[in-house]
Design a binder for this molecule. Structure first.
Ligand SMILES: [Zn+2]
Length: 410
């Protein structure tokens, strides 16, 4: 009997302990009153707020999440998120105020402190307070040296200010943290940063420094065409035409689709080497390798035009036009060539005929929702099924107001 009582007592104590633990998990003592932690997550406003967030309705999300936050004024994460939403809406001052007031809370854990500083840094960055943003991210890194978010933001800040050397160091730290899976991406960014440091040296006339940087960029990522182009420039300025030519030819081997970046430069260099025939040869090689290559055709046509061979030039241009009827540069070159030849009627007629056959989007329209293209104005998009989303496609330099249609990608 005695044994039973003891056993029962132990069991009861265990149950009480469990219940106490559960209650502790569920309730939290806050400013003298017990708050139900589950309340927020079970509140319809919390769920609705998340739904609005998912569907991109920031205003409604803020409204509901604010109501949910009132259930537990101490809920740190929710206030953090609300601050971030204010920032996304462009209310940077309000976001800063929200996040700063969170910093005043007593007994913040190290991680909570770091999270708030990170959000504050994002607020400052958005508001254009560069120094304060950098200080906030540095503070995060003091609290949490492995914060990839802080490093990535710091890197962008440094890039914005053209602090290429600092950005390079930051990217190295990021690469170390991310480990092998992220290596190719980091190598490529490091190569672009090397290239920028090289450009700085080039601007200041430090040719040897510049060359070293461009070479390092190529070593980090052998597909960065711009580093080859600049290295060639340095070689040219150092008076080494042969080295310049071989560097630019390597650029074309590495990325034949970007060959046009090197073509003008090579044309001038071959001329200097008294070997202009090499340019035509190179263009023909590029055209043979990629039948749609119109820039090489255009470059060769100009070259032939200058040599007094407009007929050959026109043939090349018409060929290029069939493959790329929307390249305005080809149309211009054709008209140039035709006027040099005094507009012979049969050739003008041929141009018009080729144009009629190959121009697909005579009057291009584009869906602003999914970017589906059509040659006429449509009222419902056949791709995303949205109504009244078509606008005339105009290609012009982007302005802030017109940011809704990104520059055309073709
Ligand atoms: Zn659409």
């Amino acid at each position: 009997m005695q044994d039973y009582t003891v056993l029962l007592g132990i069991l009861l104590a265990l149950l009480l302990g469990l219940a106490g633990g559960k209650a502790w998990e569920r309730y939290k003592l806050q400013e003298g009153r017990w708050v139900d932690r589950r309340k927020i997550r079970q509140s319809p406003h919390f769920i609705l707020g998340l739904n609005h967030l998912v569907s991109g309705q920031v205003d409604l999300a803020i409204e509901d999440l604010e109501k949910a936050a009132r259930l537990d004024p101490g809920a740190l994460e929710l206030r953090l998120v609300l601050g971030n939403l204010y920032r996304e809406k462009g209310q940077v001052g309000r976001a800063i105020h929200e996040h700063q007031s969170l910093l005043q809370r007593p007994r913040l854990s190290k991680l909570e402190h770091a999270n708030i500083q990170l959000c504050l840094g994002l607020d400052y960055r958005r508001g254009g307070f560069v120094d304060r943003a950098a200080a906030a991210f540095a503070e995060v890194l003091k609290l949490d040296p492995n914060s990839e978010a802080a490093l990535a933001n710091l890197e962008k800040l440094q890039e914005d200010q053209h602090q290429w050397q600092e950005a390079y160091v930051t990217r190295q730290r990021l690469a170390q943290l991310a480990g092998p899976p992220d290596q190719p991406k980091s190598q490529s960014i490091l190569a672009f940063l090397e290239n920028e440091i090289g450009l700085q040296a080039l601007k200041e006339g430090r040719l040897d420094d510049a060359a070293r940087r461009f070479e390092a960029a190529i070593e980090a990522d052998g597909t960065i065409v711009t580093a080859f182009i600049h290295l060639g420039e340095v070689r040219m300025r150092q008076g080494d035409v042969l080295a310049a030519v071989s560097t630019w030819e390597r650029a074309i081997d590495v990325a034949p689709d970007r060959a046009y970046l090197a073509l003008d430069r090579l044309e001038r260099a071959y001329k200097e080497m008294q070997a202009p025939g090499r340019f035509a040869e190179l263009c023909r090689k590029l055209i043979a390798a990629s039948p749609r290559e119109w820039r090489a055709r255009l470059a060769l046509a100009r070259h032939l035009g200058e040599q007094g061979r407009p007929h050959d030039a026109l043939e090349l241009l018409l060929e290029g036009l069939e493959h790329n009827p929307h390249a305005l540069a080809i149309h211009q070159a054709i008209w140039n060539t035709l006027s040099v030849m005094d507009l012979p009627r049969p050739l003008v007629a041929r141009y018009i005929e080729v144009t009629r056959q190959s121009v697909f989007y005579l009057d291009p329209h584009v869906c602003i929702r999914c970017r589906y293209r059509s040659t006429e104005l449509l009222w419902q998009c056949p791709h995303c099924h949205e109504w009244n989303t078509f606008v005339e496609e105009r290609i012009s330099p982007a302005t802030d107001q017109e940011a809704e249609i990104p520059a055309a990608v073709t």
